[in-house]
Design a protein around this ligand. Structure first.
Ligand code: ATP
Length: 212
């Protein structure tokens, strides 16, 4: 029987409670067999942000213990830019019988038409968009016209075909990595924003102390 596989990519710099909460909420709403969390690779010269290794380790800490989650390291280890379309093609080749759903926040979806080979990408997978506080999709944007043409209302349709867009209404969580980095840079607490294990990791490595 074919499986329903979610893909949740991001920079996770660092991973925060918004990431984990929305995924836990989604798992209550939709019976994913698996959600692959895929941290992207970032160029080494971006020294002011967490290294590939640190971001990956924090992602493992944050999602540990959630059964349906697997951490997928392919983009971290792949040379060159982490383009979603390359990852999608690879995963589709590996899981030929299964349905792939790309999971993203409304801020990421708003900019979908800037993604590398985005037109091919949106035909390859189904996309699930979660509302994010402060990120309404502009009514004149390409993203909005894609919603008009491709939005489906039925979660069940995610299990069929590709090229559909589902907007899910889950409790919005007003947390961003930018906020976390800012707080740490200013010496403010991050208690409610990230998990304790992630916070301990950041503290031990003195990460983000220069990011204001
Ligand atoms: P930054 O503040 O550095 O831009 P971020 O908080 O957006 O980071 P990312 O790792 O870039 O975190 O996000 C990965 C994915 O998770 C994206 O699709 C993004 O839209 C989504 N996402 C992150 N935080 C939230 C949130 N609070 N609510 C809904 N979606 C979110």
């Amino acid at each position: 029987m074919s499986k329903l596989i979610g893909v949740f990519g991001g920079t996770f710099d660092p991973v925060h409670n918004g990431h984990t909460k929305i995924i836990l909420n989604l798992l209550q709403l939709i019976s994913f067999d698996e959600i692959k969390v895929i941290p992207n690779g970032v160029p080494p010269h971006r020294a002011s942000i967490g290294s590939n290794n640190d971001r990956l380790k924090m992602v493992y800490l944050a999602f540990q213990g959630i059964n349906q989650i697997s951490i997928d390291e392919r983009e971290i280890h792949r040379k060159g830019p982490s383009y979603a379309i390359h990852t999608a093609r690879e995963i589709l080749n590996e899981f030929r019988e299964d349905r792939i759903v790309w999971i993203m926040g409304s801020d990421a979806f708003s900019e979908i038409d800037s993604w590398f080979e985005w037109e091919e990408f949106i035909d390859l997978v189904n996309i699930l968009v979660m509302a994010r506080p402060g990120s309404k999709i502009d009514t004149t944007s390409k993203a909005q016209s894609l919603i008009k043409d491709r939005q489906v209302a039925d979660i069940g349709l995610l299990e069929e075909g590709a090229g559909n867009i589902l907007i899910v209404d889950i409790d919005p969580v007003n947390i961003s990595s930018t906020q976390v980095r800012k707080n740490i840079g200013c010496g403010e607490g991050v208690g409610d924003l990230i998990l304790e294990d992630v916070s301990d990791y950041i503290e031990a490595g003195k990460l983000y102390t220069k990011n204001i």
